[in-house]
Design a protein around this ligand. Structure first.
Ligand code: SF4
Length: 434
């Protein structure tokens, strides 16, 4: 991999009069092309007479964005400064989740969750806190060293924020926790989480009590949907929290609603103990093997996720799946088709309630975080453009092509499931409504 300094030095040798902004744009383009093509800067911009900034930039844009260069407006190419700090690289050594310090807010010191944490992590350093003291590490990669058990006071139940100007689906959220022990390269928590610890609320009953007083929009579904898993994986800590033991009976008594656990884990012991429930949907995020194996670090493989899905279906739960994020790379379609086939061959078809599809998207800040934490990633090699909501997405044509390929395949394999697009431009979503 070529470092920004080396690239800048080379470009300044070719074009000594480059100002700061022009150097930034060309360095960014050369860096991304070198990384994707495993090429040297000298091969990307060969030394020759009469080079100009405009000529080099045009040639680099055409090479970096071969699909979109001719059609996309030029202000949609995002060329920020290369800001790489090796200290931010993610630690990918396999380790169990075992926090060094567990902070427990005084008001929940006697809670069931606090007792469970004391039993699960006897060697951790337990500290009581008033809840006002800042806990956690300044480094996101060290977030698993601290567990903070607290009483949630404000953020109980809310409509899914979706994405500004995207087509919503009427989803509602309860945030049972913050932080995750998996390391998905595209995870927005890397950029979003500012308290670098795992936070788990001890007052789940208060979250559930809010649901009884609320009114919901069911959107295009048969019943309103409420889920957890916005700021954490819904089940990744369930062996410690056993939230499932409280959530499942609550919804069993309220069949007019449905609850969704969203996970990549196979941590289903609590669900199996709680017994099945028709209006509880256990959803797995699924992807092509290339993405699950190389971009979703520490997560179970697709086959393990599907085996867990079969187990919970046999116990009486319904299933959901999220093809999210779909990553577009050379040969992605046969890879995703293989995933759909594996699902069709494995899963009880009539138990699949819904499947969402969404292509990879991210904020500008997250892009910087991903390239720092995972400098060898391939997920950023695609052609991302600034989009309608300020996020970066593949161009409309590439997204529509991905949906035209995947949505009919899923509808054919799972005819009873509701297949829908997630966080998409309403104009694109309209073309895929049933
Ligand atoms: S499983 Fe979800 S919450 Fe956990 S790292 Fe992956 S994307 Fe983030």
């Amino acid at each position: 991999m070529y470092l920004p300094d080396e690239i800048e030095k080379y470009l300044l040798a070719l074009l000594p009069a480059l100002g700061v902004n022009k150097l930034r744009e060309l360095s960014r383009l050369v860096y991304e092309i070198c990384k994707r093509e495993n090429a040297a800067p000298q091969a990307v911009v060969p030394a020759q007479k009469n080079l100009t900034f405009e000529g080099v930039k045009k040639q680099l844009l055409a090479r970096r964005y071969p699909v979109n260069f001719k059609t996309a407006q030029k202000n949609r190419f995002y060329l920020p400064k290369l800001d790489l700090d090796p200290a931010l690289r993610a630690d990918l050594t396999v380790r169990p989740f075992y926090p060094k310090t567990v902070y427990i807010e005084k008001s929940v010191a006697d809670s069931e969750l606090s007792d469970r944490a004391r039993a699960a992590f006897p060697k951790a350093n337990f500290k009581e806190t008033d809840g006002k003291t800042q806990v956690g590490s300044p480094n996101f990669s060290k977030r698993l060293e601290t567990l903070f058990i607290h009483r949630e006071k404000y953020d109980f139940l809310k409509p899914c924020p979706c994405s500004c100007a995207a087509a919503g689906c009427g989803y509602n959220l309860i945030n049972l926790g913050f932080g995750c022990r998996f390391e998905c390269e595209y995870c927005f928590l890397q950029q979003y989480q500012n308290l670098h610890a795992v936070l788990l609320p001890a007052n789940v009953e208060e979250f559930l009590a809010k649901i009884d007083g609320a009114s919901f929009n069911k959107g295009p579904f048969d019943r309103p949907r409420i889920g957890s898993g916005e700021f954490t994986d819904s089940l990744v800590f369930d062996d410690v929290t056993r939230y499932s033991q409280k959530i499942v009976p609550f919804f069993r008594a309220r069949p007019h609603l449905q609850f969704e656990f969203k996970t990549k884990s196979v941590n289903i012991g609590g669900l199996l103990q709680a017994g099945g429930c028709e209006n509880v949907v256990v959803s797995w995020s699924v992807n092509s093997a290339k993405i699950t194996d190389y971009a979703e670090h520490f997560t179970p493989q697709l086959s393990a996720r599907l085996a867990a899905a079969c187990q919970v279906a046999r116990a009486g739960y319904r299933l959901g799946f999220h093809f999210d994020p779909v990553v577009i790379y050379d040969g992605y379609q046969p890879d995703y088709a293989r995933t759909v086939q594996e699902m069709a061959d494995t899963l009880p078809n009539d138990k699949v309630a819904w499947i969402s599809v969404g292509t990879l998207r991210f904020s500008r800040e997250l892009k910087k975080m991903v390239e720092n934490r995972f400098p060898d990633n391939t997920i950023l090699d695609g052609e991302f453009l600034l989009d309608f909501d300020g996020k970066m997405r593949y161009g409309d044509g590439q997204r529509v092509e991905a949906y035209r390929f995947l949505v009919p395949l899923l509808r054919k394999a799972f005819p009873k499931a509701h297949v829908y697009l997630c966080m998409e431009d309403p104009q694109i979503t309209r073309g895929f409504l049933l």
